[in-house]
Design a protein around this ligand. Structure first.
Ligand code: NIG
Ligand code: FE
Length: 413
């Protein structure tokens, strides 16, 4: 990251959710709008966000660099809270097989899918992984992303999982990278070949070695899925991870309805993600337990699967976040504009709910709602400017980027 900066952003319309925690249900629809606004960022932190007229005059800020927003909308930087952006190789052949009728799981059962990226990631050097990820991070920052989560999970052995997390650490320390990266340990992403038909044995192996990943990743995640890591193995792993001090997440109910949502509520996970096939009971329990439902419409789109029931989650009082799931297999896209369009057009989320889901609730899905996700005093200076004075253009620009400037911790990227 660059050192946090000072900045005054003038002549803007501020549009933001408000608060230091996830907005649930109906509250997701409420954004604060401030006309003739101004934001002051000092050493990377917002010290003022409000009407230009009410800005107290101060000698210090008169020397700060200034941005003229020309009356356009300022939103909080987007938080992409679910990605697999570190990986070796690519899988365009699989994409074509799916176009011709193969399914995601049938390819995985033949030894392709995640395992094929595992092979390529084992071969890649750390520097190669870093270089590749940097390109994705640059394109994400142009679409307004200021915080991104990145998972391991293409190693499935100690050395390669550590190599992936070290690549993330290099990116975090790189002054050319302006986006904050939150690392997640996803050692339980697939059952590796040497543990064929022994998911439980592999989970024992991970649990025994969890301490090696402690301090290198904030979250521990698992692909909780039929014929991958089913409920018992997922529960054992996540309970052990929580004991080691990891916060926990799950890939839940993505391909079939297995009860991953219910498990996330039982364990008090920070988020459960995907949820295309979630049960009604799972939705209720997540709402009650305050687990963020992270929905990934680009994956449903790319796999030709039904979209997750966003309306049911929101109407039952759950907090919904949206993220891209960028990965080389099920969803090779980090497109924030398309995520927004799909959420509004196919998941029937309002434009306001969609903004909350990609900002404050995305931050909450990373346990960072007190740090970023809204434009308020005390939050980080993560701000984006749109090329419009109307935030409602976001889904209207289908798949097109209308972010004209991304500012992370007070630095223009
Ligand atoms: O979130 N489903 C598990 N993991 C990823 C896909 C990873 C891959 O196909 O490489 C997902 O969809
Ligand atoms: Fe994923």
């Amino acid at each position: 990251m660059k050192a946090p900066g000072d900045l005054v952003i003038e002549n803007i319309k501020i549009v933001t959710p408000i608060g230091n925690e996830a907005l649930k249900g109906e509250a997701m629809d409420h954004l604060k709008v401030i006309q003739d606004g101004c934001i002051v960022i000092e050493k990377g932190i917002i010290t003022y966000a409000g009407k230009k007229d009410s800005l107290p005059s101060s000698a210090t800020i008169s020397n700060f660099p200034r941005v003229n927003g020309r009356g356009n909308v300022a939103l909080p930087g987007f938080v992409d809270s679910h990605t697999h952006l570190i990986f070796g190789g690519f899988r365009p052949d699989e994409f074509e097989w799916r176009l011709k009728g193969d399914t995601y799981m049938s390819i995985m059962e033949r030894g392709g899918g995640i395992q094929s990226t595992v092979n390529a990631t084992k071969e890649a050097t750390k520097d190669e992984l870093v270089r590749k990820a940097k390109w994705f991070l640059q394109s994400m920052s142009k679409m307004g992303v200021t915080t991104v989560e990145a998972k391991s999970g293409y190693g499935l052995d100690i050395d390669t999982e550590l190599k992936m997390l070290e690549a993330i650490s290099c990116l975090q320390n790189d002054p050319d990278v302006g986006i904050e990266i939150i690392p997640t340990f996803l050692g339980a992403h697939a059952v590796p070949v040497d543990y064929k038909d022994d998911a439980a044995g592999y989970v024992d192996f991970i649990i025994k070695n969890l301490h090696l990943f402690k301090g290198k990743a904030k979250f521990c995640d698992v692909f909780c899925e039929k014929n991958v890591f089913e409920i018992e193995d997922s529960r054992r792993l996540l309970e052990a991870a929580a004991k080691e001090g990891f916060k926990i997440k799950l890939h839940a109910d993505e391909i079939v309805q297995l009860g991953g949502a219910e498990l996330s509520a039982e364990l008090g996970a920070t988020s459960a993600d995907h949820l295309l096939h979630v049960s009604d009971e799972g939705i209720h329990r997540m709402a009650k337990a305050g687990v963020v439902a992270t929905l990934l419409p680009l994956t449903a789109f790319a796999l030709r699967e039904p979209y997750a029931p966003a309306r049911k989650f929101i109407d039952n009082g759950c907090a919904v976040a949206l993220a891209t799931d960028l990965n080389p297999g099920s969803c090779f896209s980090g497109s924030i504009p398309l995520t927004i369009a799909l959420a509004c057009i196919y998941m029937n989320m309002t434009i306001e709910e969609t903004i909350t889901a990609l900002t404050l609730n995305g931050a909450a899905a990373l346990d960072m709602a007190e740090v970023t996700g809204s434009l308020e005093k005390g939050k980080r200076g993560d701000v984006i400017l749109l090329e419009s004075d109307n935030y409602k253009v976001l889904p209207y620009y289908v798949g097109m980027n209308c972010v004209s400037m991304t500012i992370a911790q007070g630095n223009i990227l």
